[in-house]
Ligand binder design. Structure first.
Ligand code: ITT
Length: 196
């Protein structure tokens, strides 16, 4: 069995990872969601947190493990919420996080923001971590029903509309996560070729 454990508890992320990786991974490589509790994400960077999650899944499962740590970095807020994007508001729901970001950006003229995604892949042969970014601007009003998190207020550069108005395939082709997965996929394929 060629199995990769995906160390996320976020169902939206998992769906995006499954869709993108299906097209990139060699035949017979299966993705399974991590079992058990999530480790404490106390790294200072996206890369450190992705490694924390992938290492914990590898330690617990003994299987090659992949994790995504991501978030939105807003220029006018000195890079916040950044690595704290998932728990920006008190209740930590997507809608409360988005509402707080809109409130904190009220009246801001510099609306530049960047989605960042680090993906870590940990196996018995070693560790690899990659990163990709998706620049854009924050809208003042949410629009669109697709995606998750901050997508309804994020208008990617060079695209008409918000990330939540894009189809899953369109988003995957351009997004921080889609491109980070594109960078890690060859390492996953190489791992299974080398262990055959
Ligand atoms: P896991 O750690 O279990 O993977 P999480 O949601 O806690 O799930 P992160 O710590 O990486 O994951 O936080 C990511 C947050 O950043 C996520 O909850 C969203 O608020 C935001 N985010 C990341 N990628 C996004 C995307 O593609 N669209 C919208 N928001 C995104």
């Amino acid at each position: 069995m060629k199995t990769v454990v995906v160390a996320t508890h976020n169902a939206h992320k998992l769906a995006e990872i499954e869709m993108t990786m299906k097209a990139l991974l060699g035949p017979g490589i299966e993705l399974v969601q991590v079992d058990g509790t999530a480790p404490v994400e106390d790294g200072a960077t996206f890369e450190e947190n992705a490694l924390i999650k992938a290492r914990a899944a590898f330690r617990d499962s003994g299987q090659p493990s992949l994790a995504d740590d991501s978030g939105i970095c807003v220029d006018a807020l000195d890079g916040a919420p950044g690595v704290h994007s998932a728990r920006y508001s008190e209740d930590g729901s997507d809608s409360a996080n988005l509402a707080l970001l809109l409130a904190n950006m009220k009246g801001a003229t510099n609306r530049a923001a960047t989605f960042v995604c680090a993906v870590a892949f940990v196996t018995k042969n070693g560790e690899r971590v990659v990163r990709a970014e998706w620049p854009g601007v924050l809208r003042a009003v949410a629009k669109g029903k697709n995606g998750f998190g901050y997508d309804p207020i994020f208008a990617p550069n060079g695209v008409t509309g918000t990330a939540a108005e894009m189809s899953a395939l369109e988003k995957a082709a351009l997004s921080h996560r889609g491109r980070a997965l594109g960078l890690i996929a060859p390492a996953v394929n190489r791992y299974f070729q080398s262990t055959n």
